[in-house]
Design a protein around this ligand. Structure first.
Ligand SMILES: [Zn+2]
Length: 452
């Protein structure tokens, strides 16, 4: 190489580095999706690239029999991975549905909204992720491709990692799913996973090189959309094997989420105590510093960063009563499919709550549900003129609360309303002798609460 050119290219790289670092944060994300990989086969096979990552079990398909349930097929699965919500929100229930629900943006759109200068790339061997579900988001991508082979899209990704300054890349690889459909479990399927592992190794090398070269901090996440049925040739049902997936990362993923689960049953050998594929988007947003409390309309939690589960208690007649959501669908207390009445239970434990900013959330059947006051006057749930029943809404966002010391209050129609338990036994809103409906009272003060 001519010395002059060498000096010039060195100068050019320094300039590019200067521009890249001056543009913003050094946090970058690579999300690799490998279609139809059975978690247990990664453990069983020699997969040196996966061995470089922290690998945890997770679940797909939502929570069975609940509104979050979705088929363990690619359309709903990738839509959940890209949006952080289940089918009841993203609206994709099969591989042939059109566009996903605009109200729940893809990770592409979230990153663009936070930083319109961000360089976002997407390469998807399975085309519908880009051409059907998130077609409208292609406009925010610096470059994208759909279809072709895994190696085509691997090479596109490596090229970007080696020659550009990407902020976010999503790469979808398809070979294991195709091998599974053709051959079921066996040598061909296992070989496809080993080849995927080699591709992953090249990506991890390219990321490691960038981290050394440009002092960038990369989050790498690897996941799959679904497991496989018994023979391995198909998938789509609600079996433990089809629902079991994985999340792998170059960063440590915390395990406290096991205490967050508010799914009452313990089906599939406790699989619901693992994180779900809804945790991918909150994890990425958190790492990039664009996670706000508003994002908890999402159905998952970040697997990195400081998130703590809290319990909220009040003292009723000398008893410690924990804040819970109402699990009994179909009772007069269930407002609608997406709403659950908040109550204080003086017999059992409190449900885990997440206090993020000035909002209170809980996880109900795999959904992120925000604490709200009930705006519908005249329903049997409105106690009287100045009282509003507290509820958890799993479709929308939480209402803004003021959480100061021992009190929670909300502003309702310009009035300050304190969070209280319902003392009036015998009203239609009293659930049982040991249960009290939580409410916001706009006349008096709030009841003192304890947050543990
Ligand atoms: Zn498939």
């Amino acid at each position: 190489m001519d010395k002059k050119i060498k000096i010039r290219s060195c100068w050019l790289m320094t300039l590019l580095l200067f521009i890249a670092t001056s543009l913003g944060a050094s946090e970058k994300v690579l999300l690799v999706g490998i279609d139809g990989v059975q978690y247990e086969r990664i453990l069983a096979l020699n997969t040196p690239a996966f061995d470089r990552l922290n690998l945890i079990k997770a679940y797909a398909g939502g929570v069975q029999w609940q509104k979050t349930q979705q088929r363990t097929v690619s359309g709903p699965g990738w839509s959940t991975i890209m949006t952080g919500v289940w089918k009841n929100k993203h609206n994709i229930s099969s591989n042939t549905d059109g566009a996903a629900n605009n109200n729940w943006p893809s990770i592409y759109r979230h990153i663009y909204n936070a930083n319109p200068q961000a360089k976002i790339y997407g390469y998807s061997t399975w085309g519908p992720i880009h051409s059907q579900f998130f077609a409208r988001d292609m406009e925010v991508l610096t470059a994208h491709a759909e279809g072709g082979s895994d190696d085509d899209n691997l090479n596109r990704t490596l090229n970007v990692l080696e020659n550009d300054f990407p902020d976010f890349i999503f790469l979808h690889l398809d070979e294991p799913d195709a091998a599974g459909h053709s051959h079921g479990h066996g040598q061909a399927y296992d070989d496809s996973i080993v080849r995927s592992d080699r591709r992953l190794g090249l990506l991890l090398d390219a990321v490691a090189f960038r981290e050394q070269q440009f002092s960038e901090n990369w989050l790498v996440l690897v996941t799959t959309d679904h497991g496989r049925n018994l023979a391995g040739k198909g998938h789509g049902g609600q079996t433990k094997k089809e629902k079991t997936i994985f999340i792998a990362s170059n960063k440590p993923l915390h395990y406290q989420y096991k205490n967050y689960t508010a799914v009452p049953n313990n089906s599939f050998d406790g699989l619901y105590k693992e994180p779900a594929q809804t945790y991918i988007v909150p994890t990425i947003l958190n790492f990039l510093g664009i996670m706000t409390d508003d994002h908890w309309g999402l159905d998952g939690l970040p697997l990195i960063g400081p998130i703590e589960a809290k319990s909220i208690y009040v003292n009723i007649g000398g008893k410690q009563c924990g804040l819970e959501w109402d699990i009994n669908a179909g009772t007069p207390m269930t407002i609608s499919r997406n709403e659950h009445v908040a109550k204080f239970d003086c017999e059992g434990n409190a449900d885990p709550m997440f206090i993020m900013g000035n909002k209170v959330y809980t996880n109900i059947h795999g959904s992120g549900c925000g604490l709200q006051w009930d705006v519908d006057k005249g329903t049997p749930l409105t106690l009287e003129e100045n009282e509003h029943v507290a509820k958890f809404d799993c479709a929308g966002y939480a209402d803004l609360m003021k959480i100061i010391g021992k009190e929670i209050s909300a502003t309702i129609n310009d009035q300050i309303c304190g969070f209280q338990w319902d003392a009036d036994a015998g009203t239609p809103v009293t659930l049982g002798s040991n249960e009290h409906v939580a409410k916001f009272d706009c006349m008096g003060s709030a009841d003192p609460i304890t947050i543990k």
